[in-house]
Design a protein. Structure first.
Lengths: 344, 252
């Protein structure tokens, strides 16, 4: 039986944009691709847009990539717009060194709004399939099956595709990179010099710094998040104090954004940011599937809610049944006391 | 300026999910998602500031869309159209082709669509639609300013991004305090109950189930290492919680 007998129909390429104002974390994207590849023992390629970097190559290799491509272009700067990222990816995927034997690829992007946009646009531009944000992708010799959450996470949709290029994203756990197994073949990265000009959009985007001072959500070790039960902006002011006390990032559920208590950039959930901190402190959050979809599966949830029957307690490692108006001020005082005691 | 708003609606989250026997579609009336409403409100605000602007609301779906049509008719769009295509339309490219064909027939300048079109829990349809139409795309728009031209904006991390709309474009709209749907006048709600609407067949054929699509309900599942509700005097609970947040462990 030859080694190709069970070879999956698709190559697996982790698509990493290191240019633009929100560069992807190399290891996170490659790790997701590696998780998809692992059940079938397939190799993982990493296509990294941006200037070649030893550190990026190292991160990609540690996360499981055995073939690494750097696609460079003078227009791929820190200010590169998504239009340029889409164009650059399209050029890179059309490069003869990348298309190789013509086998289709499963191209996996960061599960961010930018990654999902780029994946969908490339699917159309390159006449592939947009598989969307998946919870699972199973590879087989005749194609793949992509499973996605739908209907607010209440159902899952499974769709199977044959040998066609597929573009999508997956959310996954963040955490330490897997150690490269001894003997795993690691080739030196290949540099692709993309030619021509990357077209800019007919509707150029202007960018100005905003007044958002808060710790970014994406890489916070601790996230403090409030739900509808907070009841108003004043409650979020207290949550902000708590997040600052913990060195945490502040987030909120969809209803709190709709109410104007927190900006949409801080929304966590199926339709908001996906976060995977060590600890997620959910205050007055009921625990709907839509909200939990925004929290990494390995994150330790701590819940404070006055309703002992709230769903959030089913998923919390520890919880306090109590009114946040009483618990939070006491918690702030106690944190200060413990911190002072620890440093004296 | 011609504004076209594309609406799919979602399965009502307050009701049990009704998966059809074919396991590919959903039964029941759909309701507006927060993103559908935000897209409509954005279009209405633009029309408020540009008297020459027209708003056409396209509600997708042969069945389950009656409530949506009546709801949005109450906002007095210039046209309200039912696009006869299957909803949910799984597959972002397939949905985008349906919508692109419909948009092409309407003569639009700005296409507005909620950041999630229908019950697919991702934002793939709007950018796919922009590519199908060959138009620029501005995703996750939070609002519009009309004092100096028509400027759409969004916040990304510590930046605000904006564009001035001067050419045909596709815009996806996300929920924001500033774009909550207004309340329609009662007289318009009454009028909408019997207002006529146009029905347009999709120009795209409905394919066979070549992707082996199937839907199945799921229970929310998460790995739970331990579930412990703290007890005792609140002071003790708070002490334990503080220690956990600082150290990652709960002392007995």
């Amino acid at each position: 039986m030859s080694a190709d007998f069970q070879r999956p129909a698709h190559r697996i390429i982790a698509m990493v944009a290191r240019a633009g104002i929100q560069p992807d974390d190399v290891a996170s994207v490659v790790r997701i691709a590696a998780a998809v590849a692992a059940p079938v023992g397939a190799p993982v390629e990493a296509l990294i847009l941006g200037e070649p970097s030893e550190e990026d190559a190292r991160q990609a290799a540690l996360a499981g990539a055995t073939d690494i491509w750097f696609a460079r272009h003078s227009d791929l700067t820190d200010e590169a717009t998504r239009d340029r990222l889409v164009s650059a990816f399209a050029l890179a995927l059309s490069h003869p060194d990348v298309t190789g034997e013509g086998r289709p690829a499963l191209c996996l992007f960061a599960a961010t709004p930018a990654g999902e946009e780029i994946a969908a646009r490339l699917a159309v531009r390159l006449n592939g399939v947009a598989i969307g944000r998946c919870t699972e992708v199973a590879l087989a010799a005749d194609g793949l099956t992509a499973t996605s959450a739908v209907c607010g996470g209440r159902a899952q949709l499974a769709a199977s595709y044959g040998s066609v290029w597929c573009f999508g994203s997956m959310r996954g756990a963040m955490g330490p990179s897997p150690v490269v197994a001894p003997g795993m073949p690691l080739r030196a990265p290949t540099i692709l010099q993309l030619g021509g000009r990357l077209p800019e959009s007919a509707a150029p985007v202007r960018r100005t710094p905003s007044n958002a001072p808060d710790t970014p959500l994406e890489h916070a070790r601790v996230v403090v998040s409030g739900g509808r039960g907070i009841g108003g902006a004043e409650g979020f002011a207290l949550l902000r104090q708590l997040s600052e006390s913990l060195g945490a990032a502040l987030g909120g559920s969809l209803p709190t954004v709709d109410a104007g208590w927190i900006p949409v950039a801080r929304q966590i959930g199926q339709s908001g940011k996906f976060v995977a901190p060590d600890i997620y402190l959910a205050v007055a959050i009921s625990g709907t599937p839509q909200h939990l979809a925004g929290i990494g599966p390995n994150t330790r949830i701590v819940a404070i809610n006055s309703d002992a029957e709230a769903d959030i307690f089913r998923f919390a490692e520890i919880g306090i049944v109590g009114d946040w108006r009483i618990v939070l001020p006491a918690l702030l005082t106690e944190l200060k006391r413990q911190t002072t005691a620890a440093s004296s | 300026m011609n504004l076209v708003v594309l609406i799919a609606g979602i399965a009502d989250p307050k009701l049990p999910l009704a998966i059809a026997p074919d396991r590919r579609s959903l039964e029941g009336e759909r309701i507006a998602s927060p993103f559908d409403e935000a897209a409509v409100e954005t279009a209405l605000r633009i029309r408020d500031s540009l008297p020459s602007a027209t708003v056409s609301i396209v509600v997708a779906g042969e069945t389950g869309s009656q409530g949506l049509i009546r709801k949005f008719a109450a906002f007095r769009p210039d046209r309200i159209i039912r696009l006869e295509m299957a909803v949910p339309c799984w597959g972002a490219r397939r949905a985008a082709r349906h919508l692109a064909a419909a948009v092409d027939g309407l003569g639009s300048d700005v296409v507005l669509v909620g950041r999630e079109f229908g019950d697919a829990d991702d934002g793939a349809v709007p950018p796919a639609l922009a590519e199908e139409l060959g138009r620029p795309y501005f995703g996750l728009c939070q609002g519009v300013r009309t004092t100096q031209g028509m400027v759409l904006f969004r916040e990304i991390d510590r930046f605000e991004e904006s564009i001035t709309v001067e050419s045909p474009i596709v815009v996806s709209v996300t929920n924001d305090r500033g774009n909550r749907l207004r309340h329609p006048l009662m007289k318009n709600i009454m009028m909408a109950r019997t207002a006529p609407f146009e029905a347009v067949a999709s120009a795209i054929d409905r394919p066979a189930n070549e992707n082996g699509l199937s839907i199945a309900p799921v229970e929310a599942q998460r790995r739970v290492a331990a579930r412990r509700i703290l007890s005792g005097p609140m002071e003790t609970q708070v002490t334990q919680l503080a220690a956990f947040l600082r150290e990652g462990e709960v002392m007995a």
